[in-house]
Design a protein around this ligand. Structure first.
Ligand SMILES: NC(=O)c1ccc[n+]([C@@H]2O[C@H](COP(=O)([O-])OP(=O)(O)OC[C@H]3O[C@@H](n4cnc5c(N)ncnc54)[C@H](OP(=O)(O)O)[C@@H]3O)[C@@H](O)[C@H]2O)c1
Length: 266
């Protein structure tokens, strides 16, 4: 049974540790965090173990690097000498936006096997979209162990590494775009007289249901949109208003802006 070590148990590292504890025995999951109380509180909830960066680097089979991209160099400089002494097999799992597998290896000081993932915040409730690329030297059997252990985080999709930044601009950043949309829908409902809580619930459940309909029916969103727009009806007037405001162009520009910003992080 593989052991998973999480260095950095913030929003994303914490969400992934939570997912891991759904699929593998929690005594196989180890947490370390700069502010140790944060790791301790999560470990208490998940009934897994707290340790430190060095111990994870020394012994975990999968070492999750859950720190911000700008902290990665310092973290890998700290644990690099420990990794260099290891005799047992291990895999580094990076979730850092903008940092390539080659850059992680360079910072870690060795050609270690790396899995690069791009998760999103819905992973915290098991509904994540997690893109991943396996670096050279990651065996198929190891990829399977990884996917089985992390299945509780949501849907996984392998992607060539050169497309991870593009995927990240859609599914990694997308929750923020969709949250804006949900808030705006609810604001519209409040403007029309709905109580705030009801407007929020209607908007969020509608987005959830519409997304599931796209995935489960396999139909193009244009076809699903047409099914709501009766001739001469009310919905098509809302669609016209969004088109006039440049809604689709604005959403495309948001994805492209996020993608371009990723390039600056390198
Ligand atoms: N949030 C997202 O939607 C998202 C999506 C995709 C990818 N990511 C990636 O996920 C990574 C983490 O982002 P996040 O949003 O989870 O950030 P976060 O909430 O700030 O978490 C980072 C954690 O790392 C800890 N930390 C910092 N330096 C450390 C060190 N030297 N040793 C051990 N722990 C250390 C911090 O501890 P303290 O408690 O002391 O601050 C904090 O708990 C980033 O690389 C980001 O690019 C995030």
């Amino acid at each position: 049974m593989a052991t998973l070590g999480f260095i950095g148990t913030g929003n994303m590292g914490g969400a992934l540790a939570r997912a891991a504890c759904k699929s593998i025995p929690s005594d196989q999951v180890f947490l370390a965090n700069r502010t140790v109380e944060k790791a301790r509180a999560l470990a208490e909830e998940l009934e897994c173990r707290v340790t430190d960066n060095e111990a994870i680097a020394e012994s975990a089979d999968f070492i999750f690097l859950g720190v911000k991209p700008q902290i990665m160099a310092d973290l890998l400089a700290e644990i690099g000498p420990v990794l260099a002494k290891r005799e047992s097999r291990f895999i580094l799992v990076t979730m850092a936006a903008g940092l390539t597998i080659a850059r992680i290896q360079e910072l870690a000081g060795g050609n270690y096997p790396v899995i690069r993932i791009m998760p999103n915040t819905p992973a915290a409730i098991g509904e994540g979209m997690i893109l991943y690329a396996c670096g050279e030297g990651v065996a198929q059997t190891e990829e399977k162990v990884f996917l089985d252990a992390m299945a509780g985080a949501g849907r996984f999709s392998p992607l060539p590494e050169k497309l991870i930044d593009a995927g990240s601009a859609v599914s990694g950043c997308g929750p923020a775009f969709v949250d804006l949309f949900i808030e705006a829908l609810a604001d519209g409902g409040v403007a029309c007289g709905l109580p705030r809580a009801a407007a929020m619930e209607y908007a969020a459940q509608m987005v959830l249901g519409s997304a599931r309909l796209v995935l489960e029916s396999g139909k193009h969103p244009g076809v699903l949109k047409d099914a709501v727009c009766s001739p001469g009806g009310t919905t098509i007037q809302g669609v016209r208003t969004l088109e006039e405001a440049g809604f689709r162009g604005a959403v495309m520009d948001a994805v492209i802006a996020a993608y371009e910003k990723n390039a600056d992080l390198k």
